[in-house]
Design a protein around this ligand. Structure first.
Ligand SMILES: *Cc1c(COP(=O)(O)O)cnc(C)c1O
Length: 387
């Protein structure tokens, strides 16, 4: 049988845009200089890097000197937490970090390591049933020695979108910088750091149709951060290592294209597709619940839990039917443990193992969604019967 494979896992990664790939190619072999070199070849590479930095800064509404190129979203999160932790301890003996219980592991595991190995005090903010920070708790937990608050912008597992501008206002009122893991937001949400009231923000290119292995950390001028990777003087001395010019060029191009798409009918199309999935699942499948915020949610993100179901069984049956989806679980084989995010939402034990995440992209067609929704109810029933 010749099954058409439909990709509904854009929160995991996105395909490289053709136009992005074309923009990268010259920088692999014809414009190959090291931007740190003084000669012609180096200058050409430096020009490309700095033009890309300006393009990204324009989208983020910040100064180009506030853009740090990293190797991925994970590295940006690591640098945000570890870099501010080191600086805060050294400069003013501040050791208190606030995060949410619904962070990506790039944030939560970095925070755990800061606590376990280096004695930082990490506290977790209370969240509501949708994973949204409870503002009163934030007000109460921020202290004079809090060096950073980190709140995910768009949740990769449950699709909730945080109200960063309000959270940022509270942090600013207390003089504490706010970081956000905005890796999921790049393709779908505005990234203006001024209206979001952010002081640090992480992005990763492969979530917005750019190449894997390149990212950005926005760092507001005046926020203290020490480099976690030391060596050369690249990135203002904050992130050493020879710049990856083709990837930087590709990331800037991809971000421009993705952000320009927000104002087009694409946005309405994807929201309609998402809402059709959510509506159909909740209507036609017994014992199904939406996870995450029903209103403040990612335009391309539908996520659920089903009672009495093991998500891997569902994913395998869906894959056999030609649909690539994912779940909110910690590993790919055996009996995966429910994710930390779902655990934080206090989902009942007989629901928490049955998660499903369907994330749409720019090439998702209505016809694919029709076929998906026509088979899903039966497949959920079948998956429930697997021992
Ligand atoms: C994908 C993702 C990351 C990790 O980004 P990489 O570029 O893959 O390292 C971090 N946070 C969130 C929310 C993500 O979705």
């Amino acid at each position: 049988m010749n099954t058409k494979h439909v990709y509904l896992d854009h929160a995991a990664t996105t395909p490289l845009d053709e136009e992005v790939m074309a923009s990268m190619l010259p920088y692999f072999n014809s414009i190959y200089g090291n931007p740190s070199s003084v000669h012609y070849f180096g200058q050409k590479a430096e020009d490309a890097r700095e033009t890309s930095r300006e393009k990204i800064a324009a989208i983020l509404n910040c100064h180009p000197s506030e853009i740090i190129f990293t190797s991925c979203g994970t590295e940006s999160d690591n640098l945000a937490l570890r870099g501010t932790a080191m600086a805060a301890r050294k400069l003013r003996n501040a050791n208190h970090l606030l995060i949410t219980p619904v962070e990506h592991h790039a944030v939560s595991h970095t925070a755990s390591q800061l606590a376990a190995l280096f004695g930082y005090e990490v506290e977790t903010l209370a969240v509501d049933e949708y994973g949204q920070v409870i503002l009163e708790d934030l007000e109460n937990k921020i202290r004079k020695d809090t060096f950073l608050v980190s709140v995910i912008y768009a949740n990769n597992e449950i699709g909730s979108v945080s109200n960063l501008s309000v959270i940022g206002e509270i942090c600013r009122g207390k003089g504490v910088p706010l970081h956000s893991d905005a890796v999921q937001a790049g393709a779908h949400l505005p990234l203006d750091v001024q209206s979001l009231n952010l002081d640090l923000m992480s992005l990763g290119a492969h979530k917005f149709y750019g190449p894997k292995g390149i990212g950005v950390l926005y760092l507001r001028n005046g926020v203290d951060l020490y480099p976690a990777q030391t060596g050369g003087a690249q990135e203002g001395g904050l992130r050493a290592g020879t710049s990856n010019i083709p990837y930087i060029v590709g990331m800037a191009k991809a971000l421009e294209i993705a952000q320009a798409r927000l104002d087009t009918e694409y946005h309405q199309k994807i929201i309609a597709q998402r809402d059709r999935i959510i509506g159909t699942v909740l209507e036609e499948i017994p014992d199904a619940k939406l996870t995450g915020d029903p209103i403040k949610r990612m335009p391309n993100h539908a996520s659920f839990v089903f009672k009495n179901l093991e998500s891997n069984n569902l994913l395998i049956l869906l894959d056999q039917a030609g649909f690539a989806c994912s779940s909110a679980s910690a590993c790919k084989t055996g009996n995966p443990a429910p994710s930390d995010v779902l655990k934080a939402l206090e989902i009942e034990p007989d629901w928490i193992r049955g998660s499903l995440r369907v994330t749409l992209g720019k090439d998702t067609e209505n016809e694919d969604i029709n076929r998906f929704l026509s088979i899903l109810p039966d497949i959920v029933q079948k998956a429930r019967l697997v021992e």
